[in-house]
Write a protein that binds this ligand. Structure first.
Ligand code: NAP
Ligand code: MG
Length: 490
């Protein structure tokens, strides 16, 4: 149901002129080594892999493939730094270094944004306005805590743990690195971090920033590589704390591997959030919230609003408005400032999303996609909704991690809560209503770590994040995020 204006847009009568972000200021080397003990070094086995731009399928550069021997070297460097420099430094001094990282990151924000979009496919508007500013904000926030841990845990003594082994996914590459590194080093720990295979570049740029900020060698080590490198990080016997963000399956295997060790761990895993729209909600805002919740970042968001529960009396209106809005979304060049939905992160992820489109149709759901054009090369998925789904359908239960929304209706609050909670996950949720009392009731009864009210996908370094059930263990962000990196004594 297109309005006259947007119909013109996709009929080709009227379109935005291209507004590509410039890439002149971006400096990417042909090949990156591993960042160990304050310098880039060649991997022991001498192997490198390509990192690819998912919007063009072109190779960007080559990146070292770290293996067990490299991880061991990195852990040794981290241990040495912990014992000789970082672990002994005055907390206020550590804070200064972390502030410096934050400031340099801000100064180089344009370069970081472009590289994030090139390597991962997300629209420049998001990397520029969300990922990079939030990553810097995390460093600023935790820099502030470095010399105030006694106020974070009144009456207790907070001691650092030692070496933190950290493994992160591809959906928010720099932001996830910031979530992991900032609280760890603020508490006096040192770090070995493994970025995701498809998006290593901003973490390597962060390594440059860390070197420029003058941190003692070995405080932060960044080791690129495949899943096996991640496994070597979390299983290394000299790692004291494991922080993992990624899929529930890998999280489960990590938890098994850690059983019986005395390593502390946090696991941030998958999600299948319900966005609940009541008839009394401001419908136009709610439709924007749905779009932001699931189409933002191509649905590559663990807390994406991938299920919509809409009250029956307004379901037709909401779905019609949503379809209308979907027609106006621009899918394409991530570097174009007009783009709403960029490229799917990798061919593997595209195939996964496409397999769910088939599953949804085979389950009898009705699929609707926007009619926009997508570029010929690269990995793309039009914004998609499924209606006529039931609670047991796989597209309702399983995490798709793409721009795909499953829509169900409900009549009463308790029915909405039962449906919202009926998944193995419990990471996030949304409630849209003009009644404050309903917000309180729903947010208390929804089994989710974060529930947004009349908004969606809002993040802040001061606020804790993490899930219930199969969405993970522990919290990151805010004061709670410090707890994961210290041991508390009397
Ligand atoms: P993934 O396959 O679990 O990978 C995450 C990271 O773990 C990557 O660096 C990966 O390396 C590495 N890895 C793979 N196998 C490993 C193993 N056996 N041991 C240790 N590390 C291993 O997840 P993904 O597909 O990249 O990311 C998507 C998932 O992350 C989704 O399920 C999403 O919900 C979740 N996620 C959760 C949050 C949260 O905060 N809760 C945030 C973002 C994403 P390679 O890249 O080389 O495979
Ligand atoms: Mg890439």
């Amino acid at each position: 149901m297109a309005t006259p204006e947007n119909k013109l847009a996709f009929d080709g009568g009227w379109e935005y002129d291209p507004a590509p972000e410039s890439t002149d200021h971006v400096n990417i080397k042909k090949r990156y080594g591993l960042f160990i003990n304050g310098e880039f070094v060649a991997p022991e086995k001498g192997k490198y892999f390509d990192t690819v731009n998912p919007a063009t399928e072109e190779k960007i550069c080559r990146v070292a493939e770290g293996t067990e021997a490299d991880i061991d070297k990195a852990v040794k460097a981290a241990r040495e730094a912990y014992q000789t420099s970082w672990g002994r430094m005055k907390p206020a001094e550590r804070g200064k270094y972390i502030y410096r990282i934050a400031r340099i990151m801000q100064e180089r924000a344009r370069e970081f944004s472009v590289i994030e979009s090139l390597d991962g496919g997300k629209p420049i508007r998001e990397s520029r306005d969300v990922d990079i500013p939030l990553a810097a904000a995390h460093f600023f926030y935790y820099a502030g805590w470095a010399d105030k841990l006694e106020y974070a845990f009144p009456g207790r003594k907070a001691k650092s743990l030692g070496v933190a082994g950290q493994v992160i996914p591809w959906n928010f590459p720099l932001l996830m690195a910031a979530w992991k590194i900032a609280p760890a080093i603020a508490c006096g720990n040192t770090v070995v971090l493994k970025p995701a295979e498809t998006t290593p570049l901003t973490a390597l740029k962060l390594a440059e920033v860390i070197a420029d900020a003058g941190l003692p060698p070995g405080v932060v080590n960044i080791v690129t590589g495949a899943g096996a490198a991640g496994a070597a990080v979390v299983q290394h016997p000299d790692v004291d704390k494991v922080a993992f963000t990624g899929s529930t399956n890998v999280g489960r295997s990590i938890q098994k591997a850690l059983a019986g060790t005395n390593k502390k761990y946090t696991l941030e895993l998958g999600g299948k959030a319900a966005n609940i729209i009541f008839a009394d909600a401001a419908i136009d805002q709610a439709v924007e919230g749905i779009v932001n919740g699931i189409f933002f970042n191509q649905g590559h968001v663990c807390c994406a609003g991938s299920r919509l529960l809409v009250q029956e009396s307004v379901a037709d209106e909401v779905i019609a408005k949503l379809k209308d809005r979907m027609e106006t979304l621009i899918v394409g060049d991530p570097l174009d400032k007009n783009t709403d939905i960029g490229a799917i992160n990798s061919l593997m992820q595209l195939e996964k999303v496409q397999s769910y489109l088939k599953i949804g149709k085979a389950e009898g759901a009705e699929m609707h996609q926007s009619s926009c054009r997508v570029p010929k090369k690269g990995y793309w998925c039009r914004p998609t909704i499924f209606t006529g789904v039931s609670q047991s359908n796989r597209v309702v239960q399983e995490e798709i991690f793409g721009p795909v929304l499953a829509i169900q209706t409900f009549r009463r609050e308790d029915e909405a809560i039962i449906k919202a909670n009926n998944t193995p996950y419990g990471l996030s949720g949304g409630v849209w209503t003009d009644k404050g009392s309903k917000i309180f009731k729903m947010t208390q009864d929804m089994r989710a770590g974060v529930v947004w009210a009349n908004t969606f996908n809002k993040f802040d370094p001061t606020s804790p994040f993490g899930g219930y059930k199969e969405s993970g263990v522990g919290r990151e962000g805010g004061l709670h995020g410090l707890d994961a990196y210290v041991k508390l004594g009397a």
